[in-house]
Design a protein around this ligand. Structure first.
Ligand code: 0X9
Ligand code: ZN
Length: 434
């Protein structure tokens, strides 16, 4: 083989490596790592963001303020270049949070599968369902059916539309017959499908609200609207293909890169950079047009079908940063007129969470608490749907496992979430004028 042939061969290999990595579908995370850096100045922060964009880094915890950690996944072929780049900007002290992502995935899949197999044989009702493991889409659908069958006096299931690949998206609502006007709270989960803890937490919380007398006041005081599993296509993908898939599964302008970041696709401050990306291969790709994604469009239409300001609060559930973030999120230094009330409610939630297992949840305006993100659910529910108490609620953890939170943490995390939402409900109820 002569030299030019070797070059052609080498470039073919690198193209192949490129396609099989980054924001492309990944079958195995062998050799992938999660790194953690703590930028100490705004200058370092900006440089880190630039490196992230150039290298199409998949941030698990976005670069935020100077002094707070950022974490991101590193492909095996990126390690040495990234090491050099981080050195160049004075971030040579990075830590490795996960040294072998695939090993963590494999362990958890196995542990989860074993427990699930054992609990499947038990009779399945809302109270005996196993909340301490993760459940695939088919079982979450099944769980929703159990809820509406067992609680048919208050619970209804409504199909709000279908996903890109045609899977139904459901809303579960819980309403008491009452002549009095009651506050209404809307909660969604799993717009980012790898954030398994979000759906697991919503279903655990609902079980407590339905079956635990200590929390029956939650059902009595407020009407609830839940979309527990939004990005079903992506969720299916995380169970059978790429465990760390984040986006939708729509095919857009790029044959090579699938999916849009649902949390950059809402029709409010759409496509503003640096809070999103126009690169279809980016993990924060905003999509070809606002609300291009079936999941986002259907949810938006459903929320708007009730009219402006119908809901008293809207929580969009994510992981993993332990944060409660409120508008505005799209751009730094823009304060909403409800800043004080949002801050007050976020503080109450954070305090309630801390009281359960001592976990610290940082709260604040999204853009400045973590890096700006444009066209997010929360800015849309605030700005367009006119829901004042709009928050992005980032569950555990802060990096140890990131989006691979072990099943043993589902219940403790769920207990915190339940208390956080309970505090929000109390706040909304106290301030409700009908
Ligand atoms: O980037 C996101 O969409 C959210 N984080 S996640 O790790 N779950 O993907 C945060 C969105 C809200 N916030 C700000 N960027 N401020
Ligand atoms: Zn998320």
């Amino acid at each position: 083989m002569n030299g030019s042939w070797i070059n052609v061969l080498l470039s073919c290999i690198s193209i192949a490596v490129g396609i099989a990595s980054g924001m492309r579908r990944v079958d195995s995370y062998a050799g992938y790592q999660v790194w953690r850096v703590v930028p100490s100045s705004n200058d370092q922060l900006k440089k880190l963001v630039n490196i992230g964009q150039e290298a199409e880094l998949d941030f698990w915890r976005q670069p935020s303020t100077a002094g707070s950690p950022a974490t991101f996944m590193v492909r095996p072929d990126q390690r040495s270049l990234l090491d050099t780049k981080l050195n160049d900007i004075g971030l040579e002290d990075y830590k490795i949070d996960l040294s072998d992502v695939q090993a963590v995935i494999a362990d958890q899949m196995e542990a989860n599968a074993n427990v699930r197999k054992a609990s499947r044989s038990a009779q399945r009702t809302v109270s005996t369902f196993d909340y301490s493991v993760y459940h695939p889409p088919s079982e979450v659908y099944e769980w929703m059916n159990m809820v509406v069958q067992e609680y048919n006096e208050t619970a209804t299931k409504h199909q709000i539309g279908v996903t890109y690949e045609g899977r139904p998206i459901y809303a579960l609502t819980f309403k008491r017959a009452s002549t009095q006007a009651r506050p209404k709270i809307f909660i969604d989960a799993l717009i980012h499908c790898r954030e398994w803890i979000t759906t697991a937490s919503v279903i655990f919380m609902l079980k407590e609200m339905l079956t635990n007398p200590k929390y029956s006041h939650m059902m009595e005081d407020v009407d609830w609207y839940f979309v527990p599993m939004l990005n079903v296509d992506g969720y299916q993908e995380t169970w059978t293909g790429d465990r760390l898939w984040r986006k939708t599964r729509s095919t857009g302008p790029s044959a090579e890169c699938v999916g849009t970041d649902g949390n950059r696709n809402w029709d409010a401050f759409w496509s503003i950079v640096p809070g999103s990306s126009s690169d279809p291969c980016s993990s924060i790709y905003h999509g070809p047009t606002p609300a291009s994604e079936s999941e986002v469009r259907n949810l938006a239409n459903y929320v708007l079908s009730f009219g402006d300001g119908y809901f008293d609060a809207y929580i969009s559930t994510h992981s993993a940063a332990q944060m409660i973030l409120y508008p505005y999120i799209y751009k730094e230094n823009v304060t909403s007129k409800d800043d004080q009330a949002l801050h007050e409610a976020a503080k109450l939630m954070s305090d309630a969470v801390r009281a359960v297992h001592g976990k610290e949840y940082v709260y604040g305006r999204g853009s400045t608490t973590i890096y700006p993100a444009s066209a997010t659910t929360t800015d849309w529910t605030y700005e367009v749907a006119k829901i004042v108490q709009s928050h992005t609620y980032e569950l555990r953890d802060t990096g140890e496992y990131g989006h691979l939170l072990p099943p043993e943490q589902i219940i403790p995390n769920g207990e915190e979430y339940l208390e956080g939402i309970r505090a929000l409900k109390d706040y909304v109820l106290q301030n409700f004028s009908g």
